[in-house]
Design a protein around this ligand. Sequence first.
Ligand SMILES: Cc1cc2nc3c(=O)[nH]c(=O)nc-3n(C[C@H](O)[C@H](O)[C@H](O)COP(=O)(O)OP(=O)(O)OC[C@H]3O[C@@H](n4cnc5c(N)ncnc54)[C@H](O)[C@@H]3O)c2cc1C
Length: 529
Amino acid sequence: MATDIDPIGPCGPAINAPTSGSSARAESDRRPHAVIIGSGFGGLAAALRLLARGFRVTVLERLDRPGGRGRVFKQDGYTFDAGPTIITAPFLLHELWELFGRRLEDDVTLKALNPFYKIRFADGDEMAFSDDPEAMRREVMRVAPDDLGGYERFFKSSEEIFRYGFMKLGFQPFSTLGSMAKATPKLLKLGAYWSVYQYISRYVKSEKLRIAMSFHPLFIGGNPFSVTSTYCLINFMEREWGVHFVMGGTGALVDAMVKLIREEGGSLHFDSEVARIRLDGKKANGVVLASGEEIDADLVVSNADMAWTYRKLLPENAKGRWTGRKSVKSRYSMGLFIWYFGTNRRYDHVAHHSILLGPRYKGLLVDIFKKKKLAADFSLYLYRPTATDPSLAPEGGDAFYALSPVPNLLGDTDWTEQAETYRQGIADYLEETLMPGLQDAVVTERVQTPLDFRDQLLSYHGAGFGLEPVIHQSAWFRPHNKSEDFENLYLVGAGTHPGAGVPGVICSARILDDVVPDPTFFLREKAAS
Ligand SMILES: Cc1cc2nc3c(=O)[nH]c(=O)nc-3n(C[C@H](O)[C@H](O)[C@H](O)COP(=O)(O)OP(=O)(O)OC[C@H]3O[C@@H](n4cnc5c(N)ncnc54)[C@H](O)[C@@H]3O)c2cc1C
């Protein structure tokens, strides 16, 4: 097996190289063996849940570091979170530590942000969102005075959506059509057939407010004009539990999960690509690494991209619901262009999270999701973690990333040609609007395009978030957490139920508690064979 290096550097998890002693221990270990493919948040959470239930757990990651979309790039003294930056529903993290009678706060410092984020409209007007109802009323009165009543009515209705859509449906497996049929009447009653934008528009008239309240699904790969209004639960979730930042960056949370897995007896191996899930008939019984090494398993949990799992890791002739055209025909989320940059000066007026809106909203989303055409204009999410934790940049500097939703690779953009021009457009815009002198202040930088999502994360069509969260690809219609096609194969992560986002993928691992039988089942199965 590939060596288990410590990719994070001196502050990262302890080195845990497998030795002949450790393989001898594995042989004498009678616990059923769960092999997890991938160390995204879904894979790490799955490892913890299965360890807590008494499985022997091995996580195999093809990259040289953990976290998947949540990995970290360190360069020239700057620390860049590659992907997720906003932590909502922190109770899901607390639960993972509590499985072992431990406390999250002993390993991770979460800081509640207020305001959550600032939105800058194309005309330069700004609006700050927070959990302070008085401050929010003042902001709504300033931007859209006629909409205050509608805004408050929307939040009342989003609470019901949240209680049902997140607290109930997000935690149940949806393995059977019956479970979908049972949920449907309530979903219809809640107006799940409206899109997020349509639902919000029934309450508020101001286009500015409609945009400010409806962009959230973009953080999980959904188009606000087509994603089901059930995702209005995000608005309420932010209010209910706040918007949190992990001190040290999201990578510090990844490190803490890796450390917890190791301390509780699990093992993780990097530079270990799984080439194939081994089958005995229709039953998964191990994996074959790209190196040719085989690892036996009682169950396999794939945190790899759903389409990659079904189309590349399983034999082409293994017929099933997702192995064939269904995964090809499915709709995949948009791509992402991300410019990471470090400056040698601080931009103290720039908030921790900013949404910088361009001149078009619906038209831009049509270009991205439907026409799959790279537009000249854009809207950005600008992340400045050094607003809260200056240790992520050398003294006197700032670490940033600017993210722009773009078409996935089904469009014809040639990113090897376009990346620099697109980056320059973003840099010019930021310099002209918010960050004077920016281009002289940048001392280190890198970009990620949909090509990186395809080539590094093995994401189908270079999608930023896997399968698009439209209603006909949600709940029962999404690939199940317990594979419909193969026994002893389970799926966690963005492409399975309930969907993308850190809370979503951690919920997918939580659902394993319902669908993976107890270790005794696998021991009995082994004894019988
Ligand atoms: C730029 C960006 C910003 C985001 N912002 C937020 C945010 O603020 N808040 C939020 O909640 N969510 C956010 N998200 C979404 C969230 O990050 C993702 O939905 C989530 O992290 C995906 O986790 P996952 O478990 O699906 O695994 P992934 O992160 O997709 O990881 C899968 C892992 O599997 C590995 N792998 C794949 N194939 C193999 C193989 N064959 N063998 C071995 N290993 C393999 C990959 O290398 C990867 O490490 C953001 C996403 C992006 C990209």
